[in-house]
Write a protein that binds this ligand. Structure first.
Ligand code: 6R9
Length: 566
């Protein structure tokens, strides 16, 4: 029997007070995600239970009990407090998936500060937009990544400390210090900040069509939604060994790679290494992973490797598989049934929603290719593209929209009230995705409603790429769009018009690609650059990405008259 039981029944009878009860919370109780994910679990008698089994790039294993996580996150909280970090201050964690990333995040929350994890492959330009906007006070990073922070430090007046938590640079710069968690004096007791339901907790940056990335701000009560969805969608129980393959630089890696499992006292495993199929399978075999939460691109890459390699490993521990981040094609669901004897269950949500909002559930029939149905407590629909009224006919495409009010919903885009407000209309939060709903109430994803590029499950904003392209000395104009890719679903393609005196060449193409990879990240790097003499524009001079994108996808360009007049 699954945790959710009968979905339809749950949907009918659920209200969010049950999610609070599920965590043993009553109105007015002490609340703090850091405390809930460590001290509270120890108080439940699970102090000696493993919270984290970590495997490093070279195969090193480290094990942490909930008691370890409790004391070590206290140690971080105290260290940051002594450094002058106060309630509400933003503390960025910029590191690979080292244990410190997971532990310091809880420490930051215990202190009442706001944790801002950033993907460690980000280059200086991606970093500065996010650190400047958040006015981040402290960056926790490692020897491997500190040089990228150093490059931009002079332009970040709010940044007071750079703390190197792993490795030791040859030379220390101004405002830099070392912190070694293993060597530090352990802090047995730390009084966590008594957060209320609306106290800010996490800041995750996400890309939109226009402007720089926006910081989606979450609050401590998000844990109620994260815990109940972990229980009912990921079906986690006390005896599970859980593996979430997402990096905590992205929302999946915090909502379901830290808070969800630990709020329920569940053992999780982390692999701090890139994607190597053999290594992934061996990891599942070695640690006897039971529940695996991953992404379609990874599944497609595993599919490409075929079934023979699957047979080399004992994957019999697996009992439940789920996926998020991009469309999970029906073929991938069929293949996983065939290869692992289990289907992947698709789940849909966003940085802004903080937790799974539309999903398939254990026990509910999967329609391969569909994202499933709204989570209990979530009212979801699709709205007419123009009028924003709910679409009545089954199968008609509209905008996915949710009734605001669930606990893990974002509360703001950091210092960007205008864009935040633009996400709401007629009492709905509009996700920015298109879908249809069939006669049985299943949601079918169609595509994004904006120009954001989803590459391998990671969103990249065309504006950010175009701004960086313009900084290249040879580039006069640019446009970035997604082009189809068999594995990553989409990859970035850039259209570039050169400045006088520059000629298209393979060398220049490579140079521009590398320029973006270093400044932004490997994800944002165009896989192809097409040199053009000019770009299609509206009369007011806005580049028409839609035209370029349609060309790439072999789709009709559609009605251009409105665009040309804007
Ligand atoms: C959790 C996360 C959100 C965007 C979302 C949509 C796409 C996520 C999906 C999916 C099709 C699914 N997306 N899940 N598309 N099927 N099951 O991924 O957050 O990085 O903010 O991305 O990802 O376009 O709007 P985030």
């Amino acid at each position: 029997m699954s945790n959710i039981g009968n979905y339809e029944e749950r949907y009918k009878t659920f209200d969010w007070s049950q999610a609070k009860e599920h965590l043993g919370y009553s109105e007015g109780d002490f609340l703090n995600i850091g405390y809930y994910c460590s001290d509270r679990i120890c108080e439940q008698g699970k102090a000696d239970k493993l919270a984290l089994i970590w495997e490093g790039p070279d195969g090193t294993l480290k094990r942490y009990t909930f008691a370890d996580i409790r004391v070590l996150s206290n140690t971080y909280a105290k260290f940051l407090k002594d450094l002058g970090v106060e309630k509400g201050d933003r503390v960025c964690i910029f590191a690979d998936r080292i244990p410190d990333l997971y532990i310091s995040l809880l420490g930051i929350l215990k202190l009442g500060a706001v944790a801002q994890p950033l993907f460690s492959a980000f280059g200086p330009e991606s970093l500065i937009t996010r650190l400047a906007n958040a006015e981040t006070k402290v960056v926790l990073t490692t020897r491997k990544h500190v040089s990228k922070v150093r490059k931009i430090k002079a332009d970040l007046p709010a940044l007071k400390h750079i703390v190197i938590v792993e490795g030791e640079p040859k030379k220390m710069g101004e405002g830099e210090m070392l912190f070694n968690l293993e060597a530090a004096e352990k802090v047995e007791e730390f009084t966590s900040f008594a957060a209320d339901l609306e106290t800010p907790s996490l800041l995750h940056y996400t890309s939109g069509t226009t402007g720089q990335p926006k910081g989606a701000l979450h609050v401590h009560s998000a844990i109620f939604a994260q815990a109940i969805t972990t229980r009912w969608v990921l079906d986690l129980n006390d005896s599970d060994i859980y593996w979430c393959t997402a990096d905590p630089g992205w929302v999946t890696g915090t909502s379901y790679g830290i808070i969800g499992p630990w709020s329920l006292g569940i053992t999780q495993v982390v692999l701090d290494a890139g994607f190597i199929p053999d290594r992934w399978y061996k990891f599942i075999q070695d640690h006897k992973v039971t529940v695996w939460y991953s992404a379609p691109t990874a599944i497609r890459m595993l599919m490409k490797q075929g079934e023979e390699i699957v047979k080399k490993y004992d994957l019999s521990s697996l009992r439940y598989l789920a996926s998020v981040g991009e469309p999970l094609n029906a073929e991938a669901v069929h293949w996983s049934r065939q290869a692992y004897g289990l289907p992947f269950y698709d789940t849909f949500w966003q940085t802004e929603t903080g937790s799974i909002v539309i999903s398939n559930y254990p026990g509910m029939e999967i329609k391969p290719g569909s994202m499933g149905k709204p989570f209990p407590g979530i009212t979801a629909t699709v709205l007419d593209l123009k009028t924003h009224e709910p679409v009545a006919e089954p199968g008609k495409v509209g905008l996915i929209a949710l009734k605001p009010g669930w606990p893990s919903m974002f509360r703001a885009y950091w210092r960007n009230e205008e864009v935040y407000k633009s996400k709401f209309d007629k009492g709905w939060y509009i996700c920015g995705d298109r879908a249809s709903i069939d006669k049985d109430g299943y949601f079918w994803f169609v595509g994004r409603d904006d120009d954001v590029i989803n590459t391998g499950g990671h969103l990249v904003g065309p504006f950010e790429i175009e701004s960086a392209l313009l900084e290249h000395p040879a580039v006069a104009e640019s446009a970035a769009v997604g082009k189809p890719d068999e594995v990553n679903m989409e990859v970035v393609k850039a259209f570039v018009a050169l400045k006088p005196g520059h000629e298209p060449s393979d060398d220049l193409e490579l140079d521009i690609m590398n320029f973006i990879r270093k400044r932004l990240s490997p994800l944002a790097m165009p896989q192809e650059i097409e040199f053009v003499s000019s770009l299609p524009k509206t009369r007011s001079g806005k580049i028409m990405r839609r035209v370029l994108r349609a060309q790439e996808w072999g789709e009709p360009v559609g009605d251009l008259s409105t665009l040309e007049n804007d």
